[in-house]
Design a protein around this ligand. Structure first.
Ligand code: NAD
Length: 481
């Protein structure tokens, strides 16, 4: 029988009392590795109460001590890097180099959080009137909640947990019910770094647990990352319950290819973006907009590139792409391929015919040409290894097309022209812009800055935004005669 996961509340393992449980699979093998409780809302109450009780002592812990826990945590994460990467590959399926990048990106956030004493410093203006001084300080909110998606089992928990805790909050964190195992390793290492029990609590579950958190009166803020419809639901519900919210949603990312682009870089960037992590990234390049004669060259080179792509278990160093997360999700991506054909796009390369292992939820890379903006494959997030090519005559047309998308997570331009690059970044409506970069994920010192339906809220994850999100400002005006 697969191992039944427990919650971690107040530093102790707490057995799940759920009516419904779900299996967690190794998607490369299609075998169950553990079971997760889905609807244990009593555990949410217990975890929030525990976090609430732990808050006063943690908020009063000197900021330097909180930051030193982050330093120790960073060292432990580096020491256990291999284990974390293996866990990501086991439960998500992504290949080892992708898993290594993800863990590295997560560690960067801990490095950012270790600098909290500098980031959380306040402001002071003396003598605004005779004998009157004004100061601003940043104070923690109380209990905050973090809710994560399946596709970055290490990095996204690390977007949320270190900035929230180092700012003096206590937290209830809910990992994805499909990839919760890496979050448990992250939790264990943080406890080893010296975190007091009750400051961070892990509750497993699905939508019932999320909704309980969103409505809980003691939860002051909610950080969410997931699909667009759920992000919108989380934003609306949490706001109705008077909480501060940052809700990062889905995406449809456009990569514009100019005829003057450096072809090696373009191919590497675009293939890595569209097919890396089997297309299960919120920054995945999903539509390539080819300007003028870039189209023929792109289709030709990309077909040659993907034909030989090795699909297999992420643990195999030869694999270039791993499986999709679940069978149901693979069926959904296959349905999009059928839909693209039915909509009249030309399926240049069919990933359903690609050689893949027999076990697990593998699907080869697919390439469509002749895609029209109105087609659903050009508008909806597929979240799988499918690249659609749309052809246009000018850069302006390409930018207008990208801007008509309801999403605005990222957009990339491949060119060797500074003028084109400058036009692109000043006109394209996306929060994260790449110039000759396939996955323009900002380093931790900048915000992860989606726009439009890719993000609901004001302050983003990471960068100084994260610290502003997790703190309230207090302004003191005082007179001393
Ligand atoms: P998801 O929306 O299915 O799940 C995300 C979280 O929401 C999970 O913890 C899940 O338990 C919970 N949830 C699911 N359905 C719910 C419901 N009806 N009510 C309340 N909670 C619910 O997302 P996913 O499939 O795990 O992740 C992939 C999605 O996340 C993609 O759309 C991807 O673009 C997006 N994503 C966005 C970013 C970003 O930075 N914008 C980053 C990573 C992933």
């Amino acid at each position: 029988m697969p191992n039944k996961l427990t919650h971690y509340i107040g530093g102790r393992a707490v057995a799940g009392q759920a009516a419904t449980w779900d299996a967690i699979y190794n998607p490369a093998l299609g075998t169950a590795i553990a079971e997760v409780p889905l609807d244990d809302s009593a555990a949410v109450d217990q975890a929030v109460q525990t976090a609430h009780d732990a808050f006063p002592a943690w908020a009063a812990t000197p900021i330097l001590e909180r930051a030193r826990i982050m330093f120790r945590y960073r060292d432990l994460l580096v020491r256990h890097r291999g284990e974390l990467q293996a866990s990501v590959t086991q439960e998500h399926g992504k290949i080892a180099s992708d898993a290594a990048n993800e863990v590295g990106r997560g560690i960067e956030v801990v490095e950012l959080a270790a600098g909290a004493p500098q980031l959380l410093k306040g402001e002071l203006l003396n003598q605004v009137a005779h004998g009157v001084d004004v100061s601003l300080s940043r104070v923690p909110l109380g209990v905050v909640a973090g809710i994560a998606p399946f596709n970055f089992p290490a990095m996204i928990p690390l977007w949320m947990i270190p900035p929230a805790l180092v700012s003096g909050n206590t937290m209830v964190f809910k990992p994805s019910e499909r990839t919760p195992l890496t979050a448990l390793l992250l939790y264990e290492l943080l406890m080893q770094a010296g975190l007091a029990p009750g400051v961070l609590n892990i509750v497993h579950g699905g939508s019932v647990v999320v909704d309980t958190l969103l409505q809980h009166p003691e939860v002051k803020a909610v950080s969410f990352v997931g699909s667009q419809p759920v992000a919108e639901h989380v934003y609306r519900t949490a706001a109705r319950h008077k909480k501060r919210v940052q809700a990062l949603g889905g995406a449809k990312n456009f990569h514009v290819v100019m005829p003057d682009a450096n072809w090696d870089r373009t191919l590497e960037g675009l293939a890595g973006s569209a097919f890396g992590s089997a297309g299960e990234r919120c920054l995945a390049g999903s539509v390539a907009v080819a300007v003028k004669d870039a189209g023929d060259r792109l289709i030709d080179a990309m077909t040659r590139r993907i034909r030989t792509m090795r699909i297999g278990d992420g643990r195999d160093p030869e694999s270039e792409m791993g499986p999709l997360i679940r069978e149901r999700h693979r069926d959904r991506v296959r349905d999009y391929i059928k839909l693209g054909v039915a909509e009249g796009a030309r399926l240049v390369y069919d990933g359903r015919e690609h050689r893949v292992p027999d076990s697990g939820y593998f699907l080869g890379p697919s390439l469509f040409d002749g895609v029209q903006e109105t087609m659903r494959i050009a508008r909806e997030e597929i979240f799988g290894p499918v690249l659609s090519v749309i052809r246009v005559d000018t850069l302006e047309e390409a930018v207008e097309l990208a801007n008509r998308s309801r999403f605005g997570n990222t957009a990339t331009l491949y060119t060797q022209s500074g003028g084109a690059a400058r036009y692109f970044r000043s006109h394209v409506q996306a929060g994260m812009v790449g110039i000759n970069i396939g996955v323009a994920a900002p380093v931790a010192w900048f915000p992860f800055a989606g726009w439009k339906d890719s993000f609901y809220g004001d302050l983003h994850a990471t960068g100084t935004d994260a610290f502003w999100f997790y703190t309230e400002r207090q302004v003191v005006t005082e007179r001393w005669d």
